[in-house]
Design a protein around this ligand. Structure first.
Ligand code: CP
Length: 304
């Protein structure tokens, strides 16, 4: 049984298989998951992850059961443990996507599940399927995953998408990562140590406007207001912004990405968002649908 708990569990070979399947399914979907049921169990808000997983399942002929506010609308409110909840749901569904506010919750869920668990984001931990759609987007947009310079910007201490992407980038050759964050929200040491072990060149800090003129990918992230104190938010908010004043500094051929939702850290006109090919974040969220279709097929049809 394949649980999807952290992005580093994917080999390069599996990533390329997933991309190939995603391309096939983009062209033509089919009833690959007819008769299967996906449960989406979300203890934190979501637009993209939950709805794209549900759409992916429906497009592949499967069915869904769902609770979008499991913290209040599941029996968690009555005190049921995650372990018991998962034991029960895994009798009703063939696969469970869980989003939870605690780091490690998806792993804990996998320990009592009879069916595959997909981590749809666990606290400050990881968001591996976001990592998959991010790396797929880079591949699709730039045509390669080797020899890239990538800036990862924003709340890197609490941003699980930045962590999952870092693990995946480390699988490729000639990668250089520049972490830019407010002083109080720097990337955690475990990721930096991982990059060191994998011989990935990285640096921290630097002037945003200089860095965006040098890199192939700018991966912006939101300050995770809901996970930090008001003091930390005030210190960090508005420090690093892409707007009409500095957008033109981005190299032609480079891409501006964001896991979304974005707030003040990206402030571009509708014209720029719609017409400048360097703005990749809406294509990125669309790619999530095809990657999740491919992933569900891989998990539920046994090719892991
Ligand atoms: N990127 C992402 O996880 O978006 P949602 O929170 O809307 O699912």
């Amino acid at each position: 049984m394949l649980h999807v708990l952290e992005s580093q569990q994917f080999s390069k070979e599996v990533l390329y298989k997933l991309f190939k399947k995603a391309e096939e399914l983009r062209e033509k979907s089919s009833d690959l998951l007819k008769g299967k049921i996906l449960a989406t169990l979300f203890y934190e808000p979501s637009t993209r992850t939950r709805l794209s997983f549900e759409s992916a399942m429906l497009k592949l002929g499967g069915k869904i059961i769902s609770t979008e506010n499991a913290k209040e609308f599941s029996s968690a409110i009555k005190g049921e443990s995650l372990r018991d909840t998962i034991k029960v749901i895994s009798s009703y569904a063939d696969c469970i996507v869980i989003r939870h506010y605690e780091d490690g919750a998806a792993k804990e869920a996998s320990e009592s599940s009879k069916v595959p668990i997909i981590n749809g984001g666990d606290g400050k931990g990881q968001h591996p399927t976001q990592g998959l759609l991010d790396i797929y987007t880079i591949y699709r947009e730039l045509g390669r995953l080797d020899n890239l310079k990538v800036a990862i910007v924003g709340d890197l201490k609490n941003g699980r998408t930045a962590r999952s992407l870092s693990y995946l980038l480390a699988k490729f050759e000639g990668i250089e990562v520049v972490f830019i964050s407010p002083e109080n929200l720097k990337m955690e040491d475990d990721i930096k140590e991982y990059l060191e072990r994998k011989n990935v060149k990285f640096s921290e800090g630097g002037e945003l406007n200089k860095v965006i003129s040098e890199v192939d990918v700018i991966y912006m992230t939101r300050i995770q207001k809901e996970r930090i104190s008001n003091d930390d938010y005030i210190k960090a908010n508005g420090k690093f912004v892409i707007n009409e004043e500095n957008f033109h500094l981005i190299k032609s051929g480079a891409r501006l990405m964001h896991p979304l939702p974005h707030v003040e850290e990206i402030s571009l006109s509708k014209e720029t968002e719609e017409n400048d090919e360097r703005v990749a974040y809406f294509r990125q969220s669309e790619n999530g649908l095809y990657v999740r279709m491919a992933l569900l097929d891989m998990i539920l049809n046994g090719e892991n």
